[in-house]
Design a protein around this ligand. Structure first.
Ligand code: GLA
Length: 343
């Protein structure tokens, strides 16, 4: 079977998914294709064009985080975690080809998980697929990540961003206006969530939620009255970010691109000051982009701690050759699907 999964860029709404909040990510036309041919054997062997060592995994590898995290090469941990959650009936071999930058906040790991799961014969209903792959991601990395990435790369519709309410996992497709461009610029800093403060941020949110309920649904007045200054800032980010997702979605729908861009820039400042997941390099890149003519707004996208910035611009406003790091104009792509070998 041959399966393709897009990566994703999050237009707005970061660190809201594990807080039962809102986000508006978009699947992109960069992605990962996995081929798999069963051979009746006991091993799954995938070779990647960008990795020197193959992922060579026992068909019966247990879903044991300690064991999975000791597997080498490290990219094979994701393949092993998918094998242990999907449980294909036969081993076999195949290939992985990707146009996604690794560790850049564009969900290269979710794309690898989802494309591998589909190629191994996992059921393709988006919610079930996303849950399987989120479980695999958590086991492979030991990081308590949310479901946003796996869900958007599984469920997206071409030409649309995906509004997700993580309180009940309801989704709405939001058409991207034709007169706008989404540009992704790499900061030059890669990161691995395992070595970042992601788990610490989640623990801080959980500590506040323990007394007050999920932060994504918190009354802003309650959030601003949290006595602990650090938890108050974390909660303030989540509460205001959810309001920005609502505002941004409305602005996109009514064609108010200036308003949408302003909300992106506010989101960046909230992620930098209140949630503390930005870096000086990301801040400088956002500031530089905001100063270019035709740029409506810019922000870090995904978990932060490095990776990419996303900008909303007038078509053609940015000359990507003037950017010193890798940059892409991306379009809203459809979600993961079988390219061949499906029913
Ligand atoms: C990573 C996680 C997601 C989400 C984002 C931040 O991409 O995998 O679940 O929490 O960070 O919004």
């Amino acid at each position: 079977m041959v399966a393709h999964s897009p990566g994703r860029v999050n237009l707005i709404g970061d660190h809201t998914d594990y807080n039962e909040g809102l986000a508006l990510p978009m699947a992109v036309d960069l992605g990962t294709t996995v081929t798999f041919v069963p051979d009746g054997g006991e091993r799954v062997v995938l070779r990647s064009g960008t990795e020197p060592e193959p992922a060579d995994v026992d068909l019966h590898v247990p879903l044991d985080p300690g064991l999975l995290r000791a597997i080498e090469p490290s990219w094979a941990r994701y393949v092993a975690a998918i094998v242990s959650t999907v449980r294909p009936s036969s081993g076999g071999s195949g290939t992985v080809d990707s146009t996604l930058p690794i560790g850049a906040g564009l969900s290269s790991s979710a794309a690898l998980e989802v494309a591998t799961a589909l190629a191994l014969g996992c059921e393709s209903e988006p919610m079930a697929l996303a849950r399987t792959c989120q479980r695999a991601e958590q086991a492979a990395t030991g990081v308590p990540t949310g479901i946003m990435d796996q869900l958007v790369v599984s469920a997206a519709r071409q030409g649309c961003a995906l509004l997700i309410d993580f309180a009940d996992l309801s989704m709405r497709h939001v058409e991207m206006p034709p007169d706008v461009e989404v540009v992704v610029v790499h900061s030059g800093e890669t990161r691995a969530l395992e070595r970042s403060a992601y788990a610490e941020r989640r623990a801080e949110c959980d500590a506040a939620a323990h007394r007050l309920g999920p932060l994504g649904r918190l009354d802003p007045h309650v959030a601003l009255a949290i006595p602990d200054a650090l938890l108050r800032r974390r909660a303030r980010h989540v509460v205001t970010e959810c309001a920005r997702v609502r505002g941004f979605t409305g602005a996109l729908r009514s064609g108010d691109l200036i308003g949408a861009g302003r909300l992106m820039s506010e989101s960046h400042r909230s992620l930098a000051r209140d949630f503390e997941v930005s870096t000086p390099g990301l801040d400088a890149l956002v500031e530089w982009l905001e100063g270019r003519p035709g740029v409506f707004g810019a922000r870090v996208t995904g978990a932060g701690f490095g990776g990419c910035v996303v900008a909303l611009t007038e078509p053609g406003a940015l000359d990507l050759r003037a950017v010193r790091t890798p940059a892409w104009r991306v379009r809203a792509a459809r979600g993961a699907h079988l390219v061949s070998g499906g029913h």
